[in-house]
Write a protein that binds this ligand. Structure first.
Ligand code: GLA
Length: 407
């Protein structure tokens, strides 16, 4: 009896000290405001674009009515600047009353009523990056409880104005506190990004135990140079990063820029192709009311999503890098493969490109492979392992291929 009681007790302790929430077995998908709407709090002059309950309800409506939810884009997340400048009389976080007059619980209820999930943002510093109240050490348990009461499904915990020592202590504490609420709440840890992203300062084994996803590197900005820099960093450090990812624990190279101002349509293909192969979270961050049909069709591409959401959850790796081209490869279920080929050159002429399954290290199935050009939505044909596949790639562009064995 004593042993049993002890076992139960130990079990409880173990489950309370790790996230262990069974969430996000495939990379999360959804919408976040930050890239497009930043900290726009001016609802008098810019009512349609300020951070307010109106914006989040509108985006939830768009996700449902424009086919996003049906494809898996299910999270609607707050980011910075949702809060009032002060906590309430009981010391709880509260929303800016003028911009969220119905309060956060009502917003979460609305989002849930649409069959979507609701995410919130806070920060371990005295304030968030934009100067709103943060979740300091003494507030962790209380804020976790408040989030659970509101019906939050995901927390993004940022690290502006915190120290390495605080982060090492408080990320695990928040993970435990969320677990203790009894509500399944996913945790996104903006921790490694603030500690250089690499060991020995960053412990990816620990992150995998306490967080569902984590920002490894710098904030993405609305430009090709920012996107390219991030892709290079993930390629250069793949030996560390690639094994860290798996079902329930994802590297997060940051939000999608499609639908914003900075990428050409060709460059937009690079981001979706690479994010699919990297098993990256797919958080759209644009104005869903005005996104172009072309960009919408890239984000809603069913095979791109199929690759991203592959249940094995193996992050792809860069397998070829020349001064013009890179090839990234991701193994999928049933011996399928996804291949992203990026032409990062800015030479105006489309680059001729020749490869074969064999040259990509894919030759197990002697009967050949059905190859799809995912973003072009084209079936290219059946290729024997040594058959040549020829293509021409515009500057700063990508091809995403899916190889399905006939064996
Ligand atoms: C940090 C994060 C961003 C965003 C802003 C908000 O920079 O990395 O993703 O949340 O804070 O202030």
């Amino acid at each position: 009896m004593l042993f049993l009681a002890l076992g139960v007790l130990l079990g409880l302790v173990a489950s309370a000290s790790s996230l262990d929430n069974g969430l996000m077995r495939t990379p999360p998908m959804g919408w976040v405001p930050w890239q497009r709407f930043r900290c726009n709090t001016d609802c008098k002059e810019d009512a349609e674009n300020c951070i307010s309950e109106h914006l989040f309800k509108t985006m939830a409506d768009r996700l449902v009515e424009d086919g996003w939810r049906a494809l898996g884009y299910e999270y609607v997340n707050l980011d910075d600047c949702w809060e009032a400048k002060k906590r309430d009389a009981q010391g709880r976080l509260q929303a800016a009353p003028d911009r969220f007059p119905s309060g956060i619980k009502a917003l979460a209820d609305y989002i849930h009523s649409k069959g979507l999930k609701f995410g919130i943002y806070t920060d371990l510093g005295a304030t968030t990056c934009e100067g709103f109240p943060g979740t300091t050490s003494i507030a962790i348990e209380r804020d976790a409880r408040t989030f659970a009461e509101w019906g939050v499904d995901m927390v993004k915990l940022d690290s502006c104005f915190s120290s390495s020592v605080t982060r090492a202590k408080d990320f695990p504490r928040m993970s435990t506190a969320l677990n203790k609420t009894g509500r399944p709440i996913a945790l996104s840890c903006s921790w490694p990004a603030y500690d250089g992203g690499l060991p020995p300062k960053v412990n990816y084994t620990l992150l995998g135990r306490i967080c569902n996803l984590w920002r490894n590197y710098v904030d993405i900005q609305d430009s090709w140079s920012s996107l390219f820099r991030i892709i290079q960093w993930y390629g250069n450090h793949q030996d560390v990063l690639q094994p860290a990812a798996g079902p329930g624990r994802w590297n997060d190279p940051d939000m999608l820029l499609l639908g914003d101002f900075g990428l050409s349509l060709q460059q937009a293909k690079v981001q979706v192709a690479l994010w699919a192969v990297l098993a990256a979270p797919l958080f759209i961050s644009c104005n869903l009311r005005t996104i172009s049909d072309e960009e919408k069709s890239l984000l809603q591409n069913p095979l791109m999503i199929y690759i991203n959401q592959d249940p094995l959850g193996i992050q792809g790796r860069r397998v070829i890098q020349t001064h013009l081209l890179e090839v990234w490869k991701r193994p999928l279920v049933n011996k399928q493969y996804a291949i992203a080929i990026m032409n990062s050159a800015t030479k105006g002429r489309p680059q001729p490109f020749v490869t074969s399954p064999e040259q990509l290290g894919i030759s197990d199935c002697k009967a050949g492979y059905r190859i799809y050009s995912v973003l072009e939505r084209r079936f290219l044909g059946i290729y024997m392992p040594d058959a040549l596949l020829r293509s021409r790639m515009p500057p700063t562009s990508a091809l995403l291929l899916l190889l399905r064995p006939l064996c």
